[in-house]
Design a binder for this molecule. Structure first.
Ligand SMILES: *Cc1c(COP(=O)(O)O)cnc(C)c1O
Length: 426
């Protein structure tokens, strides 16, 4: 069993909590940079390679700015994500709009800022044309071959059950329609399995997409400029999991590229990715304090964070490793449910987890919260969103999002008289 070691020490955290009380998310600049560099190198064989960071995973401009140092663009799923990317000065061609069930005004905005639109359905061709009055020169189509996605004999995911994308028939038809309507350049996108912890996912997906691309190119002559492998490269949430090797993944994709695209005269197709989890997941911790202990039918540790800070355990039963700071070498001889304060019994970060004896006041690090962590947060029970901090390479700490205050929570009443009655002293 490999060991999961926090990227901050107990001493560092004890200093940090003097200024920023728990709970908060903290991110590791050094880890983010090293990983982004490794991804870039792994795909450096492809001239047009670009990672469009899935903004929904961690929509924080300070973190996205770090990724931009490695040539990353933004993959957006909504109006506010487009606005954020645009406000950060990300150029239109560096923004991918991979949305679904998209309102007309979001297409209009995406077109205005020059983002590449990735259509989720064949009926959206007409919808987009009506929304923006024309069609852009370049369009991407999201493909969903249906069935189950298998690697060797194991089922990775179930695209046939997913709401996304064009069927194979619709994809060919979509290309024909768009060519007739004057669209000049194309991309093909697919996201067929999530959080894959295997070096074979991207190469297997790439092979499938490359074969379809060659067939479409042969049948329609369409100018396919890029293939977007989207997200789905996972991270080892559990200590017994072996992480992905991005070099091996890049190499695996190169092999199928040279087998399929190059001989078809398509050796200039760019590879795009839209990774979220892989780019940020391991480089975030949720830090919380044990504030209660309860001995009833089970042993409970109550902490000052709850599911609004990290929803994955409540939503998917997801495993997040927990380190009790300062007790890294103590025996894990106590069985706990580690819980938050929501009036909702699924608000548990861990169930029946063997941990060292926890005392009130202990700092707990909940691992791998850097993607789909803070961003999935919500305000149930009137809980406020936490701060986000960045542990910089020089060891200093920067506040990159302040914690919400009651005033933020009540702000949407500011157009009503009752707002005047609130007293926001904290
Ligand atoms: C969520 C999402 C991603 C990122 O997925 P990860 O699992 O975080 O890599 C990429 N593209 C699209 C279209 C998505 O919806």
């Amino acid at each position: 069993m490999s060991k999961k070691v926090p990227f901050v020490t107990k001493e560092q955290l004890e200093e940090i909590v003097k200024t920023y009380p728990t709970p908060f998310h903290i991110y590791d600049e050094k880890g983010i940079r090293e990983n982004a560099k490794a991804l870039k190198e792994a795909f450096s064989w492809n001239k047009g390679f670009k990672e469009f960071f899935a903004v929904k995973a961690t929509p924080n401009p300070f973190l996205i700015d770090i990724l931009r140092d490695y040539g990353c663009g933004c993959d957006c799923s909504s109006m506010t994500e487009l606005m954020l990317s645009n406000a950060m000065g990300v150029e239109g061609k560096d923004i991918m709009f991979s949305s679904n069930e998209t309102p007309a005004k979001e297409y209009q905005y995406a077109a205005k800022i020059g983002a590449t639109i990735n259509l989720d359905d064949i009926t959206h061709i007409e919808y987009l044309e009506q929304a923006i009055g024309t069609l852009p020169e370049t369009i991407s189509l999201r493909y969903n071959p249906g069935g189950v996605f298998k690697i060797s004999n194991s089922i990775m995911d179930n695209p046939g059950d997913a709401k996304y994308g064009f069927t194979t028939e619709q994809l060919f038809e979509g290309f024909r329609i768009l060519q007739k309507k004057g669209v000049k350049h194309f991309g093909i996108h697919a996201f067929l399995a999530s959080n894959t912890v295997t070096n074979d996912y991207y190469p297997t997906l790439a092979k499938q997409l490359f074969e379809v691309a060659v067939q479409i190119h042969k049948e329609t002559g369409a100018d396919i400029r890029f293939i977007n492998l989207s997200g789905g490269i996972g991270i080892p949430y559990r200590p017994d999991q072996e992480g992905n090797d991005i070099r091996a993944i890049g190499e695996g994709v190169r092999k199928v590229y040279e087998e399929i695209l190059t001989p078809a005269g398509m050796g200039d197709v760019a590879i795009y990715t839209e990774l979220g989890r892989f780019m940020m997941g391991p480089y975030g911790h949720l830090v919380t304090t044990a504030i209660h202990q309860k001995h009833t039918h089970k042993e409970y540790i109550g902490c000052d964070a709850c599911a609004v800070n990290l929803m994955r355990p409540a939503m998917y039963g997801a495993y997040h490793h927990i380190t009790v700071m300062g007790k890294e070498d103590a025996p894990c001889d106590h069985q706990y449910d580690v819980v938050g304060s929501l009036c909702e019994n699924n608000d548990k970060f861990a169930i029946d987890r063997m941990l060292p004896k926890i005392d009130i006041g202990d700092l707990l690090v909940i691992h791998d919260t850097g993607a789909h962590g803070f961003s999935m947060g919500y305000n149930y029970n009137g809980k406020l969103k936490s701060a986000e901090l960045l542990l910089k390479e020089d060891g200093s700490v920067q506040l990159i999002r302040r914690a919400e205050t009651p005033k933020d929570y009540f702000a949407t009443f500011d157009c009503f008289d009752i707002y005047q009655k609130f007293d926001f002293e904290e």
